[in-house]
Design a protein around this ligand. Structure first.
Ligand SMILES: Cc1ncc(COP(=O)(O)O)c(C=O)c1O
Length: 362
């Protein structure tokens, strides 16, 4: 008789795809290579942020407070009421809590596909029916999304700029889409990368939020604010939505060091924004370099670029890995490459050149 087994998980859980974190690669000489697989900030953290977090660690024997200091600061920064802001341990957590609070068995969740790979996992784990809607020319197809909204649709997840394609939508079209959605359906506008795109569209989204009770705008400290490892996210939503989020939220996931880091990052917003501008100009150079090699790269408004290489995606990822660059490969579809510092981007261009030449000797 074999070893006793634990109970089976729910059938829906067994069918869920797994979230695959970004990998690392080594340089040919064995030293650690360039991690361009997780859309992280390529810069070292500014010292004042590190110090603020270290100071908060001294109190780590206590549970954290509710995160209201950060929520109030964000409300003031963006012209919102404090009760319109929810904070959490990453925007992923807010997405999960929104899905928990508003969807479930009997509800459907619509999103463009391919988009952020966590969407089907989070929606599926809440028991909702997932409705992926194919992209058109690497962009979210708003008309097709609108057509996919059914009487049971309780949520549309819209990443703008989209991950992994980097493409951004015209805000006027997003607004028209939002206004046409039924009141019974939440539109979650996931702006994880908005700082790398058009700042005007990003703030218009927050203004539209105060007009539309079913619009939620999610943001993160993981990208432009460089705090991916600390897990801080926030959203702007109608106070009743914030209240629902507070009911389902796991307490204490926003730790005191994370909150202190986020507050310190807001103090340094101008400096962090200069870094964002560097990433944007590196992105444009990387895009131009890849296009000069004859590769297709849709215009990105995020901190990564997308190469829709189809059947050759794994080959490109292998060429990068051989040069010590880890990228995110979606086999059969394309490869997402995070924009790094100049040296990292040069390594990507060298790997891309060897891929185009037909592969460097392994
Ligand atoms: C579109 C999108 N939304 C949300 C997230 C999650 O961000 P966070 O680190 O705040 O959980 C990511 C992370 O890569 C993302 O790409």
């Amino acid at each position: 008789m074999g070893a006793p087994l634990p109970p089976e998980p729910l059938a829906a859980v067994s069918r869920l795809p797994r979230y695959v974190p970004g990998t690392t690669a080594n340089l040919p000489d064995g030293r650690p290579g360039y991690k361009l697989s997780s859309n992280e900030s390529p810069f070292p953290l500014p010292e004042p942020i590190v110090q603020a977090m270290s100071r908060a660690c001294a109190d780590a024997s206590r549970y954290p407070t509710s995160g209201r200091a950060l929520a109030e600061r964000l409300a003031g920064r963006h012209g919102l009421e404090p009760q319109e802001v929810a904070v959490a341990g990453g925007s992923l957590e807010l997405l999960r809590d929104l899905l928990l609070a508003y969807t479930g068995p009997g509800a459907s969740v619509v999103y463009g596909w391919r988009s952020y790979e966590a969407y089907p996992i989070l929606a599926g784990s809440c028991g909702a029916r997932t409705v992926p809607v194919p992209l058109r020319e690497e962009s979210i197809d708003l008309q097709a999304l609108a057509d996919a909204v059914a009487p049971d649709t309780r949520m549309v997840l819209l990443a703008d700029p989209n991950n992994p394609t980097g493409t951004a939508l015209d805000f006027k079209e997003v607004e028209a889409f939002a206004r046409r959605l039924p009141d019974s359906c939440l539109l979650v506008l996931d702006q994880a990368y908005c700082e790398f795109g058009d700042p005007e569209s990003a703030s218009r989204a927050l203004r539209l939020r105060s007009e539309l009770p079913n619009l939620v705008v999610t943001r993160t400290f993981s990208k432009a604010f460089a705090l991916a490892g600390m897990r801080v996210g926030w959203c702007a939503a109608h106070p009743q939505v914030v209240e629902a989020l507070e009911r389902v939220a796991l307490p204490f996931t926003l730790t005191a060091p994370a909150e202190a880091g986020a507050l310190a990052a807001l103090d340094l917003e101008a400096e962090l924004n200069r870094r964002v501008q560097t990433v944007i100009s590196e992105r444009e150079e990387l895009t131009a370099g890849l296009r000069r090699l004859g590769l297709t790269v849709p215009p990105s408004r995020a901190n990564f670029v997308w190469l829709p290489l189809g059947a050759r995606s794994q080959e490109f990822a292998a060429a990068c890995s051989d040069s010590g660059v880890s990228v995110r490969c979606f086999a059969g579809e394309g490869v997402r490459v995070t924009v790094g510092l100049a040296e990292e981007n040069r390594a990507v261009l060298e790997a891309a050149a060897s891929f185009v030449r037909g592969g460097a000797p392994r």
